[in-house]
Design a protein around this ligand. Structure first.
Ligand SMILES: NC(=O)c1ccc[n+]([C@@H]2O[C@H](COP(=O)([O-])OP(=O)(O)OC[C@H]3O[C@@H](n4cnc5c(N)ncnc54)[C@H](O)[C@@H]3O)[C@@H](O)[C@H]2O)c1
Length: 372
């Protein structure tokens, strides 16, 4: 089993192991404790043939918890204030006390909403994250950002609330549709460009072994989940490096926004029809080209990133113009005092942050898009 220590004011562990889910109750009762467990999940996860909801229910019950469950319809549209109020009301109906726990079993949508419910119910109860998507495993389940969306924009209501424990069973990831899986790949490639080039080769090997892509043997599934364990552990180690000491995102956590400046703007322009992973992947390519045009990085590095992202099967040419994304770009949440930190790749595995005038973002985007 891989056991990661996530440092901070309230340190916690992430445990990663194929077949971990049936043991979850044991680990949860040791660390966060409590006597009632409220398990939040979505309709897709609840109806998977591998029955993760029934498994966690049984495991928590055997560990002595009084368990209640709540299912939200799958999809980002459930990450809204009404669903949030339904969840916390149900927690109150079930008599959850400040010492009890919320278990978020799902992807980033459930993790974000569940984390926010845990952060705010009775001014904060403990939360256990059990990621079921690759993106949640490598990214959203750690770091403590929790949120719900408003019609005006994504993640506009939220809190920093770190989980008390993260349990990752890579067997759960084998049922993911390819596009959902690729969202996690984009974030993993990001970690590779930021700090850990070797993760990219490991990710390639894992993708080759995932049963959908090769012969469906249990051997290949075993190999895939072993490789996924390594990828997830390295990814989270990199994320933890940037979050440690900057949970509230005032400094080095900003490195994690590589590809997100132009990527977010393209995603928002597409009304979220382009996936987050696809948008970030494209963003990394365009930002590297913009940095090269500004003389901040070499054109060789920008070309290498373009090839890398292309090789993983992501589209690299933007489906829109700079004019289209401008309204989203100028409202980037990271602009402070008319300045934004550009994440500049010096080489694959090495980046630095460069202050850049926010009123020149249009120019940066034009350079990235190859427009004059
Ligand atoms: N808190 C953070 O730091 C952070 C970071 C990145 C993204 N996010 C948030 O994460 C969300 C996106 O997360 P996501 O990509 O996991 O989306 P998601 O949670 O909506 O899951 C995507 C789809 O996969 C399905 N699914 C989940 N597990 C499955 C499984 N094991 N097998 C088959 N299908 C499964 C879900 O039901 C859903 O339909 C967004 O709301 C985003 O804002 C948060």
């Amino acid at each position: 089993m891989k056991e990661l220590d996530i440092r901070g004011d309230r340190p916690y562990k992430m445990l990663i192991e194929p077949g971990l889910l049936p043991e979850a109750g044991k680990y949860i009762s040791h660390a966060p404790g409590g006597s009632r467990a409220f398990v939040l999940t979505d309709s897709t996860v609840a109806s998977l043939p591998s029955m993760p909801l029934a498994t966690i229910y049984r495991s928590l019950t055997e560990a002595g918890y009084q368990v209640s469950t709540c299912q939200l319809p799958a999809g980002e549209s459930s990450k809204n204030p009404t669903a949030y109020l339904d969840v916390v009301s149900m927690m109150a109906d079930r008599g959850l006390q400040p010492t009890d726990i919320l278990v978020a079993l799902g992807g980033g949508m459930i993790g974000d909403l569940g984390g926010f419910a845990a952060a705010t119910y009775m001014r904060g109860i403990k939360c256990v994250q059990i990621p079921t998507t690759f993106l949640a495993a490598v990214d959203s389940s750690v770091g403590g950002k929790t949120a719900i969306d408003l019609p005006q924009g994504k993640n506009l209501i939220g809190a920093f609330w770190e989980p008390s424990l993260v349990l990752c069973d890579p067997d759960l990831l084998l049922t993911l549709p390819a596009t959902v899986f690729m969202d996690g790949c984009a974030e993993t490639i990001k970690y590779g460009i930021l700090k850990d080039p070797e993760i990219i080769a490991l990710l390639r090997q894992a993708l080759e072994k995932i049963p959908e892509r090769s012969a469906k043997t249990s051997d290949s599934a075993d190999n895939a989940t072993d490789l996924l364990c390594q990828v997830i552990a390295r990814a989270v180690t990199t994320k933890e490096f940037y979050v440690h000491g900057d949970v509230t995102d005032k400094g080095k956590r900003g490195f994690l926004n590589l590809g997100h400046l132009l990527g977010h703007a393209i995603e928002a322009w597409s009304c979220f029809s382009l996936s987050h992973g696809q948008s970030v992947a494209m963003g990394m390519v365009l930002e590297a080209r913009g940095c090269a045009a500004l003389g901040l990085t070499s054109s060789d590095t920008a070309d290498e990133i373009r090839e890398l992202v292309n090789d993983f099967g992501f589209a690299i040419d933007p489906p829109c113009t700079v004019q289209d994304i401008l309204p989203y770009l100028v409202h980037d949440k990271r602009i402070r005092n008319n300045s934004i930190g550009l994440i500049v790749p010096d080489s694959i595995g090495n980046c630095h942050m460069e202050p850049y005038p926010a009123d020149e973002l249009e120019k940066f985007a034009r350079l990235g898009f190859g427009e004059q």
